[in-house]
Design a protein around this ligand. Structure first.
Ligand SMILES: Cc1ncc(COP(=O)(O)O)c(C=O)c1O
Length: 456
């Protein structure tokens, strides 16, 4: 009742296109620590999706660094300040040598918008190739390159197939799916060129996330880069979600594609400030020089200010001091192993994939046909909430349960999640069946029916 009132108040004051998690029974979180969220009643929820609060919610080292710098000075990049230099140096140390010129901004969208400008200025070309179901941000320029959004709007666009070896055009059973998917990009380049247009950039997440926690096949990025370069374009890697050690073995997800691959422009955001709005574009001296040559100043009021950079430095400190990459390797492996157990036990689990603490569990009603179990995925999310576990779905059919928790997620947390999902999927006491109109109904004194799903 109290919550209904709050939703009404919110809807009066905030545009209705802004949506809530669990919109039919939203949660009011009032504090958080590490991987845990707490509501007004003090109920603790395990957070499996806040990849922004990368080193843990409200980490004391970050709070202290922010407060100390706020107490001292906060200006902008038109004054000299050591923080921005130290921060750029620390980030440069994580990157290949050629990525060494930084532009600090406030959000992933700003970073991608600037990346687009850099690419178009450098190449003097216009067109951009993106992956199916990609999302690169909410600015007009980025809705234009985000099939995830623009497909719902009018206007014809083209995109390359999502290199998803589970349900995509080319499966993992092919000898070289990376080459096959890269060749699809080559075909698209040729199509675009045959219409007299020119490629400025290929834009892709290093691990497509809204696409359904997809892992790019080996060799894909290097081959695509080769094709894009020969068309005079540049390769932009969007690591707004996947960067800062989430994959464990490497600091950047693009590095999973091998040492010889390096994007020309890399964008970063979400985890960078652990919740503080901090994002960045890094590129090569050649691309940066072309951008300078247009004679237009780039000024960003808040980008790279001393407080933001102090926070960014503190995030890097925590990743190192608490060995969060090591933790991502260890806990990610346990999570995947437990999920593989669920795959063996439950027909509805079609695929388990992931690297480090970037993991997806894809639900299907038919393993052969790979029919997306969209309704069951939504049902599992609801039931997990009752177990005080916050999870959400992704992928073109919203049938992939996604796991991108704060990097302090523990083995015990992984076990709790897997046990809970197991119980829900085993739930022959299952309290869900399909209704032709609404998808599913929840029944609290259920008959002994099995869960069902149907094609969306
Ligand atoms: C891959 C990717 N790129 C860019 C963005 C846009 O970032 P922001 O919401 O900080 O503008 C997002 C946001 O969800 C994203 O997931």
């Amino acid at each position: 009742m109290q919550n209904d009132r709050r939703v009404l108040d919110l809807n009066r004051r905030q545009g209705k296109s802004c949506r809530l998690f669990y919109s039919d029974d939203p949660v009011k979180i009032i504090r958080a620590r590490g991987q845990y969220l707490f509501d007004e009643a003090g109920t603790q929820y395990l957070d499996c999706i806040s990849n922004v609060q990368h080193v843990g919610h409200c980490h004391p080292h970050i709070t202290e660094a922010a407060a100390a710098q706020m107490d001292l000075l906060n200006t902008n990049t038109r004054f000299l300040h050591d923080n921005i230099v130290m921060y750029a140096e620390r980030l440069a140390a994580t990157l290949p040598e050629k990525l060494c010129v930084f532009y600090f901004v406030n959000s992933g969208s700003e970073a991608n918008d600037l990346a687009l400008r850099l690419a178009q200025q450098y190449t003097q070309h216009e067109d951009v190739i993106v992956l199916d179901h990609a999302y690169h941000g909410h600015l007009k320029s980025l809705i234009d390159i985000s099939p995830y959004k623009f497909r719902k709007l009018t206007g014809q666009k083209e995109w390359a197939p999502l290199p998803d070896t589970y349900r995509g055009l080319y499966g993992a059973d092919l000898p070289d799916p990376g080459q096959a998917y890269a060749d699809a990009v080559k075909d698209l380049i040729e199509q675009v060129q045959s219409k007299g247009r020119k490629i400025a950039a290929f834009f892709a997440e290093s691990l497509p996330s809204v696409g359904g926690q997809v892992i790019l096949p080996n060799g894909y990025s290097a081959k695509v880069a080769e094709y894009v370069h020969s068309a005079g374009g540049v390769f932009v890697a969007d690591e707004v979600q996947s960067g800062f050690g989430r994959v464990g073995t490497h600091f950047w997800a693009f590095q999973l594609q091998g040492e010889h691959f390096c994007p020309d422009i890399l964008t970063m955001g979400k985890p960078m400030g652990n919740g503080h709005p901090l994002a960045c574009v890094v590129t090569t001296p050649e691309i940066a020089s072309a951008f300078t040559a247009n004679g237009v100043e780039y000024f960003n009021t808040f980008g790279g200010n001393p407080v933001s950079c102090a926070i960014g430095l503190a995030v890097l400190d925590v990743i190192e001091k608490e060995d969060l990459r090591g933790n991502a390797i260890k806990v990610g492996a346990v999570l995947k192993e437990l999920f593989r157990g669920l795959h063996s036990k439950h027909e509805i689990v079609g695929d388990v994939r992931g690297v480090g603490l970037f993991v997806g569990l894809e639900l299907v009603t038919d393993r052969k046909l790979k029919t997306p179990a969209t309704n069951t995925a939504a049902y599992v999310v609801k039931r997990l909430k009752e177990d005080h576990i916050v999870v959400s779905t992704d992928g073109p059919w919203d049938n992939v349960l996604k796991f991108k928790p704060p990097m302090c997620f523990s083995v015990e947390n992984a076990e709790q999640v897997a046990q809970s999902i197991d119980r829900i999927l085993t739930g022959r006491k299952c309290d869900v069946w399909t209704s032709t109109t609404t998808g599913f109904n929840l029944v609290f004194n259920p008959p002994q029916t099995r869960y069902q799903d149907h094609e969306p």
